[in-house]
Design a protein around this ligand. Structure first.
Ligand SMILES: NC(=O)c1ccc[n+]([C@@H]2O[C@H](COP(=O)([O-])OP(=O)(O)OC[C@H]3O[C@@H](n4cnc5c(N)ncnc54)[C@H](O)[C@@H]3O)[C@@H](O)[C@H]2O)c1
Length: 409
């Protein structure tokens, strides 16, 4: 393994996960930059790293071999170009950028400088999808004919991120098909291993809109007569202990640590997360379907929906000689070989619960990076991940043009 150190730019939910994982595996986290002082204190005490509140100061000099960029979607392009030119190799959160030309520019500068850019398509590293890939590579199933992937975002998670939160509006974030589903586009291209030729898509914002509000609803949950009955009441979402991700969502929204703090911040009209989901400035689709034509006549279909109880993905790959399918959360990949008349399955192995976020992908990418650093075969190198972004931009274009077919270059 080639030795290296990492620095972090944007130490929020994602930046912290990667820094923690590298730190756990013995890699030095030498410097962390974030505009939030509280977060920097945590970083300093955990990794004894230098901390910077200000990007200008942070970029004065190169502070590690690798820079993890995990700021929000509109904060990827500039630091990435700057860091590449300073000689950093980059681990870049997805999407590469919310603007297609900026994605292309980042790839171009990576080529010019010879630095690597690894895009955080963490699902490629998750045991469930790695198992599917292994089965497909065995050739026992013949060629892929058709592939279906569905992503259920989870109604409360969708409300948090795509109605009230940072990915709600295309002025400040990428469209949902890119922001959320470039992972899925990437997964489809990785499994299919063929070029995507064209895309068409329909998408709508059907539910999280003004006219769907219950009678008498107010703009903020704190004042609303429905606050104890509405499933989207911020008080139900952030204070309901049965939601496994609750603590994570409250932390992500910086709502506070105790129940009292969370209630207080949600009761403040200025808090974005206290708004009625039917009275936000959201414009991203809450459901979308994409059909993709790949080389060899392979058809891919993808569905994104806010309207699921559970957060998770289901996959079905139809091949010449059999089918492979499963629910990624079940940690079991099922398959049938035609003529066999039996369902079989492979259990996906997870090393340890702390490695479990994103189905094991968050630790998987860190381990893979460590094993392959300095070699030319990073599993989610920008050159491989550009296609998923092109498909995402094409899907958005198609959906905005009533499902018109969009050809990819
Ligand atoms: N790979 C995945 O599966 C996955 C999952 C969720 C989010 N993401 C992506 O990761 C990125 C980060 O998302 P997050 O949920 O961690 O967001 P976050 O808001 O928790 O973290 C962003 C951090 O960047 C900091 N920041 C903002 N401006 C800055 C600046 N100018 N300089 C330095 N720091 C700055 C913020 O203070 C915050 O701590 C987004 O692009 C998101 O789309 C990827």
């Amino acid at each position: 393994m080639k030795k290296f150190s990492v620095a972090v730019y944007g130490y929020g939910g994602r930046g912290k996960i990667y820094a923690d994982n590298f730190h756990t595996l013995g890699i030095d986290v030498t410097a962390v930059c974030d505009i939030d002082e509280k977060r920097l204190k945590i970083a300093k005490s955990k990794y004894k790293s230098e901390t910077y509140l200000n990007g200008e100061e942070f970029f004065q000099t190169k502070r590690a071999d690798v820079l993890i960029i995990a700021t929000l979607d509109d904060g990827h392009y500039e630091p990435c170009i700057r860091a590449l030119r300073m000689g950093y190799d980059i681990i870049l959160e997805k999407p590469i950028s919310m603007v297609k030309a900026e994605c292309e520019e980042i790839k171009k500068v990576a080529d010019e400088t010879g630095q690597s850019v690894t895009v955080c398509h963490v699902l490629r590293y998750a045991p469930f999808y790695k198992t599917v890939k292994k089965l497909l590579d065995s050739k026992e199933f013949g060629e892929i004919i058709h592939i279906n992937l569905t992503e259920g975002v989870g109604y409360y998670h969708f409300a948090h991120s795509f109605v009230r939160g940072p990915w709600r509006n295309k002025k400040i974030s990428a469209p949902v098909i890119l922001a959320k589903s470039c992972h899925d586009m990437d997964m489809l291209t990785w499994l299919v291993e063929k070029k995507c030729l064209s895309v068409n898509s329909y998408g709508n914002l059907s539910f999280f809109r003004k006219e769907k509000a219950p009678t008498g609803a107010t703009n903020h949950c704190v004042d609303c007569p429905h606050k104890n009955s509405c499933e989207y009441s911020c008080f139900k979402i952030y204070l309901n202990e049965s939601y496994e991700k609750l603590a994570g969502l409250a932390r992500h929204g910086r709502l506070g640590d105790s129940k009292e703090e969370i209630v207080k911040s949600l009761s403040n009209h200025k808090n974005l997360y206290g708004r009625c989901v039917f009275a936000c400035d959201n414009d991203v689709f809450d459901h979308q379907a994409v059909t993709m034509q790949f080389e060899n006549g392979i058809i891919g279909q993808f569905t994104l929906t806010a309207f699921t109880q559970k957060i998770g993905r289901t996959l079905h790959v139809y091949c010449e000689k059999g089918e492979i399918y499963g629910d990624a959360e079940s940690k079991k990949v099922c398959y049938k070989i035609f003529g066999d008349h039996q369902e079989k399955y492979v259990e996906c192995t997870y090393e340890n619960e702390i490695y479990a976020s994103h189905g094991g992908g968050d630790m998987g990418i860190v381990k893979d990076f460590m094993e392959n650093y300095g070699k030319a075969n990073m599993l989610s190198d920008i050159h491989l991940s550009m296609q998923s972004h092109e498909m995402g931009f094409a899907a958005e274009e198609s959906a905005l043009n009533d499902g018109q077919n969009v050809k990819l270059d």
